[in-house]
Structures are given as C-alpha cells and as structure tokens.
Ligand binder design. Structure first.
Ligand code: GDP
Ligand code: ZN
Length: 398
C-alpha cells in the first residue's frame, strides 16, 4: 500500500477506535449528558470522530464553547418537553434549525418570533424566569429563542439562547435592576443632522459611551448636509471623531448623498438607530430601503392575530440582510449607573493624559496642574469633546 493511503487507512482505523472509546465513555456517564468536545480544533481526531455524530459539518463557525452551550440549552428544552408535555422528540430536534428564531416584538408574556421566514406570535413557557438572566425581562427584541409547539398547538418559547450583546436600561419599576431593551445588536447608528435640529455633539458623545458600554460598534451619520453652506464646515465639526478613528458618514436623505454608504454599513448586521427626532432617521432608512417606515410615536399598539402587542422597540428586517432596530428614549437610559470617575475612560484622547495631572484624582474640570486642560488649550484635545465631558460629568451622580 502506498504510504499516503496507508497513513489514511491507519488514521481511519484510529478514528474508529477513538469512536468506540467515546461510545464507551458515553455509556458510563449519566444518561443524556451533552457530549463535550474536549480537544482542541485542528487535532486530527477532531474531524473523523465528529463525522457520524450529532454535529453537522455545515454548522456556522461560532466561538469555542458556544456550540456546546447552545446544544445544552436545546437538550434541556427537549428534556423538559419530554417530561412535562409528553411531546415527541422531532418537535425540537437539535438538527432542525427552523426551530430557532429571532424575537422581533415583545409584550408581557407574548412575543413575535421570526422563524423560517415566518412571523409567529408565541407565548413564553411558564418555566422561563427572568431571575436567572439577571434582568427583569425574560426576552427582548433581538433574542434568539427556541420555539416549540405544545399539545394544544400553542407556540411556546422554550429557551432564550445566550446573548452576544445587551442594550439595557434601569427597569421602570425596579430601578436598581436592569431591563434588556435590545439583545444581540451589532452596532449603533448615531444619526445627527447639520441643521433642523442643529448638530448636538454632546448627544453624539453620550451615544458613543452607550455604544461602548453595550459592546456595540458606533457609526456616526451626519444627515441633512444639503443644508450646509459649506461641506468643509460639516467635516470640520466632526473632525475630532474622524481623528479618533470613528466611522463618520455624511449624508442627505434629500439628495441621496451618502445613502449607499449607510446601506453598506447596515447590510447583514443588526443596527440600533439612535438620534433626536427630526434628524432624518426615517427618511434615511426609507432611502436605504423604500417602504421601510419607522414609527414615530414612543409607544403604540398594533393588532396581531386578534391580540394587542405593546412595544417600545421595533425591529425591521432588511431585504439585503440584517435588521434595523428603532427604540425611542435611548438617550435617557444611556448613561445610567455610570460613575463620574469612570467617565474619562470613554474619552480616549483624555485618558492617555490623566497620568500627567498633578492630582491622581483630578476630575479635569478646575484642578490646578491638569494636563487635560492644558491639552485642550493647546488644541490637542477638541474643546467640544472636553465641554461635553464636563457637562456629562456634572450630570452624573457621585
Ligand atoms: P426622524 O424623526 O429622525 O425619523 O426624521 P424624519 O425622517 O421624519 O425627518 C424629519 C424631517 O426632516 C422631514 O421633514 C424630512 O423630510 C426632513 N429631512 C430628512 N432628511 C433630510 C435631509 O437629508 N435633508 C433635508 N433638507 N431634510 C431632510
Ligand atoms: Zn486633570
């Protein structure tokens, strides 16, 4: 046998032995435990011994451990179904991706789930509790969930999968606790307008802080540039942000300038859109995808399958892939819980200087020997950014 084939043959035989060992080990364990993949990726044992097991090769690449975690959630949901509902296994078979959906609307005890291209109204399984999640709500818009049918044909959310990101705010009733507003978003599109309403840099800074605290990638979009006498003026205003490496898009929903760029950043991602009312968020999104209409009222009701759903967060699917999330009031809850002394860490251009201040606990407002203020005077730190720092600082507790 040629060496290469021999090696392959030996490898196959070794894999087979490996499988037998695995089955043995599995049998000796407690029943139905989720099989752990304990070796490293790249190990030759890896591919072969996975061939005939429960993990299809086509599964998307995920962070290590995520696959196991998700499967554990599924298995738990399955087991619960078997025990409590007496439902047959195929309802929630782990290899049926159609059972995994995305929550697009939430109301108490109910949510709308986009699943396999359909939009389904689902109830939450009574066993799902918010407590374990550390937040006051069980599901939020953007959550990935496992949906099943119960005996009566009711659709039930059985499990909420681990969240990649969380945009949260203090709960309306329990202020010390947090409520998830949007789960699993990728980025925050911060829309401002040059005029009507005039650009407000402090708000941009607040949103940038919110994005960073929530692990969302911020993108700044300056709209209504058609109202500027001089496009250089727009650019100059946002130069500090460009210098800091933020992505800035200059757009006009009216002339169509920059709309392609907005479309490109939205493609395939989940984007929360933020900005004052009137800056042109709806107009921009309509330009990106005709027919996409944001609601303007802070809270509104819609009838779905004969039931009311009240929601403060809207999620829209983009035809080109991706979602846009519209949530009024993001401004108010953005900085909750932020401590004064933490603020500077969100101003990267200042944080680098603070070691030079005379006092270690310098707030960079009026202390003598403040390196930050010197840098502002000399033009190394943008005066506008510094002023927003001071204003935000003074609005924070402690
Ligand atoms: P939203 O509240 O942020 O969703 O803002 P809208 O999209 O409702 O826009 C508010 C107003 O600004 C509307 O009268 C729009 O026609 C106008 N508008 C939106 N984008 C632009 C723009 O790029 N240039 C100009 N001149 N007006 C715009
Ligand atoms: Zn200082």
């Amino acid at each position: 046998m040629p060496t290469r084939e021999k090696r392959q043959w030996e490898h196959r035989r070794a894999s087979k032995e490996m499988r037998l060992v695995h089955q043995q080990v599995k049998r000796n364990r407690e029943p139905d435990r989720v099989r752990q993949k304990s070796w490293m990726p790249g190990d030759p044992r890896d591919l072969d011994s996975w061939d005939d097991m429960d993990s299809p090769r086509s599964e998307p690449v995920m962070p290590r451990g995520e696959q196991e975690r998700r499967r554990a959630v599924l298995t738990a949901a399955l087991e619960k179904l078997h025990e409590e509902e007496g439902i047959e296994a195929p309802v929630l078979a782990a290899n049926r991706p159609g059972q995994r959906g995305i929550v697009t609307e939430v109301s108490s005890g109910l949510c709308r789930v986009e699943l396999d291209g359909r939009s389904l109204l689902c109830e939450l399984h009574s066993a799902l509790g918010a407590k374990e999640t550390g937040y006051t709500n069980v599901v939020a818009v953007g959550d990935e969930v496992i949906v099943s049918l119960d005996g009566g044909g009711q659709r039930l959310v059985e499990a909420v999968l681990p969240r990649r990101t969380v945009l949260a705010r203090p709960d309306v009733y329990y202020n010390h606790l947090q409520q998830v507003i949007v789960a699993n978003a990728d980025q925050l599109l911060i829309v401002a307008s040059w005029r009507e309403p005039a650009i407000w840099l402090e708000l941009i800074d607040r949103y940038l802080i919110t994005a960073e605290r929530s692990n969302l990638t911020p993108i700044i979009c300056l709209n209504k540039i058609d109202l500027a006498e001089d496009s250089a003026a727009c650019r100059a205003e946002l130069q500090p942000y460009l210098d800091l490496g933020y992505r800035v898009i200059f757009s006009s929903a009216l002339t169509g300038e920059g709309v392609d760029e907005v479309r490109e950043v939205l493609r395939g991602r989940t984007t929360v859109v933020a900005g004052l009312s009137g800056v042109g968020k709806s107009s921009l999104l309509m330009a990106v995808q005709p027919g996409l209409r944001l609601r303007t009222a802070a809270t509104s009701e819609r009838r779905h399958e004969g039931r009311h759903i009240t929601t403060q967060v809207d999620m829209y699917r983009l035809e080109m892939g991706g979602y846009v999330v519209d949530t009024p009031g993001i401004r108010e809850f953005g900085l909750s819980g932020l401590r004064r002394r933490e603020l500077v860490s969100f101003y990267v251009e200042m944080v680098a200087l603070q070691g030079e201040c005379r006092f270690a606990n310098c707030s960079h407002r009026h202390e003598p020997g403040c390196a930050v203020r010197v840098a502002v005077k000399q033009g190394y730190v943008s005066a506008a950014r510094y002023h927003s720092y001071v204003r935000i600082y003074e609005g924070l507790k402690e």
